[in-house]
Write a protein that binds this ligand. Structure first.
Ligand code: HEC
Length: 195
């Protein structure tokens, strides 16, 4: 082996030793990104666990009541655990508290556009460091695709009358019905202030 490596060979060796950790992103803070991904996954699994258990024990009307009361707590708990802020948003929301800010709306619209040109919604995410008033914030969003089970019972086109009635009672401004499987339902949205 020659003592000196050619630049080309060195580049190849470096690329092999340090594979690109982060995708095209303005942050190379892989730790924050991993945390954000883990938080989205945890919140998703916890919500689904609660939903499925509540549907099983009391049907969709009970599950709506459970969802109405536990979602906030689960989001707070998951945020604390991962040291960031995690929640859910969508272009058409059930709970007005989940309405997107301007940044989230823009990313959700990009997700829609990508989905319409064939991207797999299950894999869509957006990572960015946003600077506002001299403060840097890490922002992460991950698309939530609509699934048949159990989502259609509460977000689909044909809801049972008692489900419809309970949704109107709990969420008089609901906009989150009429979705079909594989459409964009919303996104997990995560932020973390950076120093
Ligand atoms: C038992 C009824 C029920 C089922 C089933 C259900 N949801 Fe929801 N969903 C709700 C309720 C209630 C809210 C509002 C929660 C809140 O107050 O933040 C909600 C809110 C959401 C939101 C946050 C944005 C918004 O509209 O406020 C997303 C995203 C979402 N649901 C996706 C899903 C997906 C994906 C599934 C299937 C895996 C699903 N939901 C299944 C009742 C349901």
């Amino acid at each position: 082996m020659p003592q000196r490596l050619t630049a080309g060979l060195l580049a190849v060796l470096l690329a092999a030793a340090f594979p690109a950790v982060a995708p095209a992103t303005e942050t190379n803070d892989a730790e924050t990104l991993n945390r954000a991904r883990a938080a989205a996954k945890d919140l998703g699994e916890r919500l689904k666990g609660e939903l499925v258990a509540a549907i099983k024990s009391g049907g969709p009307v009970t599950a709506l009541q459970v969802c109405n009361t536990v979602v906030g707590d689960l989001a707070i708990q998951t945020s604390k655990q991962h040291g960031l802020t995690v929640g859910r948003t969508a272009l058409r929301v059930r709970n007005p508290k989940n309405a997107p800010d301007a940044y989230e709306r823009k990313v959700l619209e990009e997700f829609l556009e990508k989905a319409s040109s064939g991207a797999d919604l299950a894999k869509l995410e957006h990572i960015e460091v946003v600077s506002e008033n001299g403060e840097k914030t890490f922002r992460y969003m991950k698309a939530i695709p609509m699934a048949a089970e159990p989502c259609l019972a509460c977000h689909g086109t044909e809801l049972k009358p008692e489900v419809k009635a309970e949704i109107s009672r709990l969420y008089p401004e609901d906009q989150a019905t009429g979705f079909k499987p594989n459409e964009l339902r919303g996104a997990f949205t995560i932020s973390r202030k950076l120093d």
